[in-house]
Design a binder for this molecule. Structure first.
Ligand SMILES: Nc1nc2c(ncn2[C@@H]2O[C@H](COP(=O)(O)OP(=O)(O)OP(=O)(O)O)[C@@H](O)[C@H]2O)c(=O)[nH]1
Ligand SMILES: [Mg+2]
Length: 283
């Protein structure tokens, strides 16, 4: 509002807080500037909090659902995690990033993040909410590019999304294209898409079997990255045992005098973190 403010003529009474010699217009401008500064500080705090949480999740396998607005990201998120995120047939239904665990749960736990939809010319007031999407995408171990395959313009939307993700340097993570909403297409259209995008996954986020297949694909993808390790958790650090049951596949567990010996299949980054917590030097 600040640039559009006009002098409205003095209303006689001076507003509280208005400085000596300050016109009403100057006063209003100053108030708006103060409010903007305050909001920027709050936003910074939110970003710090997000960064902090992301650090906390470091090493936890994460899938990011990215794509144009209305592609069906939140619907898929809901189906994959059994959570109640907002799904709506409108642009920008989702305005922040949501993270939930894949359900039924896998070991290690896999996180799914639903993000803000992409659009060609991002309106300015959405840039801030969009930042968390880009941050999530940058840190994901697997990117799922969702498109609404029943929308004739999906190729352009896919290109824009890939371009933005590429610009922020997030394309190093493996990605898969998901042609969503194929329930709206006939056999012939599906066959055509199959020829054009042989590596894509055709599915409907509203179809249980399709979702179960994708679930299995995701679990298998992260399964490849696991390494086997043996860890001895001393009794004073016993909380780590419970934690490892969540964060790794525990193949065997034996109680010894010094602590609990675990044989696990685990993400390399998580292993590094656990070894750090145990004070072990890396093998
Ligand atoms: N027919 C059909 N409709 C779907 C499918 N997936 C999602 N939809 C519908 O598409 C609309 C948009 O779905 P959302 O999941 O909110 O889309 P989004 O990608 O999260 O959208 P934004 O949050 O705006 O970025 C909703 O009306 C969904 O019910 C699908 O596989 N088939
Ligand atoms: Mg959404």
């Amino acid at each position: 509002m600040a640039p559009r403010l006009r002098e409205t003529g003095s209303r006689g009474e001076r507003q509280a807080g208005r400085g000596a010699g300050e016109t009403e217009l100057e006063f209003d401008r100053r108030r708006i500037r103060d409010r903007m500064a305050e909001l920027r500080r709050e936003l910074e705090a939110v970003h710090r909090e997000q960064d902090h949480r992301r650090e906390h999740r470091a090493g936890q396998p994460t899938v990011a659902l990215v794509g144009y607005t209305n592609a069906g990201k939140s619907s898929l998120m809901r189906a994959l995690t059994g959570s109640e995120v907002l799904v709506a047939d409108q642009l920008f239904a989702t305005l922040d990033t949501t993270i939930r665990a894949l359900h039924p749960e896998s070991h290690p736990r896999i996180l799914v993040s639903d993000t803000v939809g992409f659009i060609k010319k991002l309106p300015h007031d959405l840039v801030a909410s969009f930042r968390s999407t880009l941050d999530e995408a940058r840190h994901a171990g697997l990117l799922l590019f969702l498109v609404d395959a029943s929308d004739p313009t999906f190729r352009d939307q896919y290109a824009v999304t890939r371009e933005v993700i590429g610009e922020i340097g997030a394309m190093q993570a493996p990605s898969r294209l998901i042609l969503n909403k194929v329930d709206r297409l006939d056999e012939e259209q599906r066959a055509e898409l199959q020829r054009e995008f042989p590596d894509a996954i055709q599915m409907s986020a509203l179809n249980k079997d399709d979702v179960a297949r994708l679930h299995a694909t995701i679990v298998a993808f992260f399964g490849q990255a696991l390494v086997e390790a043996e860890l001895l958790i001393p009794w004073p650090q016993h909380a780590l045992v419970a934690q490892l049951h969540g964060e790794a596949q525990v193949l065997s567990e034996a109680h010894e005098e010094a602590g609990t010996r675990l044989h696990v299949r685990i993400e390399p980054d998580t292993l590094k973190r656990v070894r750090g917590a145990l004070g072990e030097v890396e093998a």
